[in-house]
Design a protein around this ligand. Structure first.
Ligand SMILES: NC(=O)c1ccc[n+]([C@@H]2O[C@H](COP(=O)([O-])OP(=O)(O)OC[C@H]3O[C@@H](n4cnc5c(N)ncnc54)[C@H](OP(=O)(O)O)[C@@H]3O)[C@@H](O)[C@H]2O)c1
Length: 288
């Protein structure tokens, strides 16, 4: 439970991964950020203090993310960049090509984190993609590796493969849609038991829960917006939230979450253990 229960953190805080590398606890998401505005908004995010960018092959904006990294004037080592094997590129050869394409497009010397975007593609596809990630990690090109949208049955399958193959790999990070209305306790418990960092996507539920009474109440109590309450909840749960916005004021607002704390009662009021309400796709339940 290394990631749980911390409240004393700021925008520079990070968690140590199984790989030995560190991950900044707040990420900046760029899904659905058009390539033509991506450099500008990512640059704004870096200026606002974010040090972690969550992209993917499928988002078609790795290149503008990397140009923002260069133009920011920050050291490469100060920024954590993530990409992902696209669902259509599962299997060893396809995943290897996807990884190469990320390097070609971004010009980066190394990538901090590469995830398998989703478990679709069958067992052979999943394990082949993992093998490609492990190879790239061993070659020092990718620093940490992980999965996204894996259900517990997919995680068990991967863990069994890692044990059998003896490849010495470990899952560093997992990424899932997680917020109070989709707490995913089973996946979180599986991950935290193994020190797998839990990244939370759709952390502000794409704006769909803005009017929830509990968020309004907590917002008033702390002088914060409903989005800031959700992001603070995510951090206090020990997750790595990945809010996305192309709006400068929201980018700033989503990073301004370190000057207040939700108390135990506040956290309890955001617990809906029986709720299962995804606002995005949900490959965790697939069984191919
Ligand atoms: N692995 C996966 O399968 C997967 C799936 C989905 C997402 N993700 C990752 O997680 C990131 C975040 O997820 P998401 O983009 O789906 O959902 P999200 O971050 O919960 O919501 C983004 C939406 O909320 C709006 N918003 C953001 N901050 C706001 C604020 N403070 N006040 C009001 N509205 C606000 C944004 O509007 P504007 O942009 O117009 O400001 C945008 O429409 C993605 O960008 C991606 O990196 C991964």
């Amino acid at each position: 439970m290394a990631f749980q229960g911390l409240t004393n953190f700021d925008i520079k805080s990070s968690y140590k991964l199984n790989s030995g590398h560190s991950i900044p606890i707040l990420g900046y998401g760029v899904y659905q950020t058009p390539a033509e505005v991506c450099e500008e908004v990512t640059l704004h995010a870096l200026k606002a203090g974010y040090r972690h960018i969550d992209s993917a092959r499928a988002y078609r904006n790795e290149e503008p993310c990397s140009s923002a990294m260069t133009k920011s004037g920050l050291q490469r080592s100060d920024i954590f960049f993530t990409s992902k094997v696209p669902p259509k590129a599962m299997g060893y050869e396809n995943a290897k090509q996807a990884i190469e394409a990320s390097f070609a497009e971004t010009g980066l010397g190394y990538i901090d984190l590469y995830l398998i975007h989703s478990p679709y593609g069958g067992k052979e596809g999943r394990l082949g993609a993992w093998k490609a990630l492990v190879e790239a990690q061993k070659a020092g090109r990718i620093r940490s590796i992980g999965v996204s949208n894996y259900g517990v049955h997919h995680l068990d399958e991967l863990e069994a493969y890692i044990k059998e193959s003896g490849d010495g790999s470990s899952i560093d990070v997992g990424q899932w849609e997680i917020h109070p209305w989709l707490p995913r306790d089973d996946i979180v418990q599986w991950s935290q038991k193994r020190n797998v960092a839990v990244e939370a996507y759709c952390p502000v539920v794409r704006g769909q829960r803005a009017d929830e009474e509990v968020l309004q109440t907590l917002g008033k109590k702390h002088g914060k917006t409903w989005a800031q309450i959700l992001l603070r909840w995510s951090l206090q749960k020990g997750y790595v939230p990945l809010p996305k916005s192309v709006t400068a004021t929201r980018i700033d607002q989503n990073a301004d979450i370190y000057d207040f704390e939700l108390d135990a009662e506040d956290m309890k009021s955001l617990e809906f253990p029986d709720s299962y309400a995804p606002c995005a796709w949900d490959p965790t339940v697939s069984h191919d």
